[in-house]
Design a protein around this ligand. Sequence first.
Ligand SMILES: C[S@@+](CC[C@H](N)C(=O)[O-])C[C@H]1O[C@@H](n2cnc3c(N)ncnc32)[C@H](O)[C@@H]1O
Length: 271
Amino acid sequence: MSNNSNSNADKLAFERIRQWLNKSCGMHYPERKQALLEQRLRRVCNAENFSSFEELADVLEQGHSFDVQSTVISAAATNHTYFFREPLVLNYFRDVILPALGNEARIWSAAASTGDEAYTIAIIAAEAKGIEWVKNNLSILGTDIDKHVIAHAEKGIYRENALENTPDLIIRHYFDALNNGQYRVNKHLCRACTFRRLNLKTQPYPFNNKFDVVFCRNVLYYFDEVHQKQVLENIYDVTKQGGWLITSVTVSLRHLNTRWVNIVGSVYRKL
Ligand SMILES: C[S@@+](CC[C@H](N)C(=O)[O-])C[C@H]1O[C@@H](n2cnc3c(N)ncnc32)[C@H](O)[C@@H]1O
């Protein structure tokens, strides 16, 4: 990339890319995170041979290159996730929500990243209701805007650090240890989980059947408040009456005035 990085043209182009991310996927990079975004976009420019942010902004706005759009989205997204994240709410899911579900259950991991959350849900269900129930009665859909993480989720292979919070007994029971030190999710869990690319900002959501439970964790902070409300209302529309929404412990929806009823902590219900 050229060394005119601090020029006005560069700043304007950076702003155009920031706005493109906001408009196309709801991603909102506040002032304090702009240096991080700039660093990530510079990496894209170097890897894809763009000589300036301006060139990159032009390609994004013209919308002709799906590959460049995907690369920018992947670079801008923070995919960090791991198995058994935020155990308190997972315990609530196991102890209160899971026993209240009917014989068949549909669960959506709405920002699935590499699939750790979806497989964690499948493991909790298998522990509570047995693997046969999971095989025959549970379907878990994991979606994400980033096609790279979806490909990873479909493979179901993880490094040890993704399993740091996972008890050894669970690892032994539900994963196959591979020669290279990685772990593959067992095939029954894989069959219960499907992964697709989906932009939470694109509405209406393309589902024929509604969900019993939606996990929407560690993604809302990407969006500004207008998009947060939109996403939550759209999720409400694809949730069954009496269904549940689980958000991250750090997010409060109270000020957003949605139709969700808060049950406890980060657990909400469509009542
Ligand atoms: C930090 S991960 C959260 C993973 C998991 N839910 C968890 O709590 O561990 C956030 C994910 O949101 C995805 N994401 C960001 N914007 C999105 C959008 N507009 N639509 C769908 N997914 C999005 C990112 O690609 C990223 O994989």
